[in-house]
Design a protein around this ligand. Structure first.
Ligand SMILES: [Zn+2]
Length: 133
């Protein structure tokens, strides 16, 4: 699998203290929207992922159902999900838990070292390293 290499930062998992290297994908196209897997660490990015499913009554459960129906055989994605510690599985808190519109329009997903990135161009592994300088 092709690697995407990024410089990032280091933090310790709040649960197990394992070191986690992370960064933000800050160069998505405006049209790109993203969702994380519920288990494991996969980030799925796609143009206008949510837009065609949105209406005035949209809620997170509806979106999860529609996204999974179209893109996943195993119901793996959730708009409430986030990155997880590879060591202990700690799930980082949901961003914008009470603001669906802000979450959908967020264009800076967090990525951590070793996570899988799924895009329309294929699958990638994200490798995050600490800057050497
Ligand atoms: Zn941990």
């Amino acid at each position: 699998m092709e690697k995407i290499l990024r410089d990032g930062k280091s933090m310790n998992c709040p649960a197990c203290r394992h070191e986690i290297l992370f960064t933000w994908f800050s160069h998505l196209n405006r049209e790109n929207q993203y969702i994380y897997s519920k288990d494991g660490n996969e980030l799925f990015v796609r143009n206008n992922l949510f837009n065609k499913y949105l209406d005035n009554n949209s809620n997170k459960d509806d979106l999860d159902k529609k996204i999974n129906a179209e893109f996943s055989n195993f119901n793996i994605y959730s708009i409430s999900s986030n990155v997880k510690c590879h060591m202990c599985g700690f799930v980082f808190p949901e961003i914008y838990p009470n603001n669906l519109s802000a979450r959908i329009n967020d264009d800076r997903p967090v990525v951590i070292d070793g996570m899988q990135l799924r895009t329309e161009r294929g699958l990638f592994i994200v490798a995050v390293q600490k800057p050497t300088s």
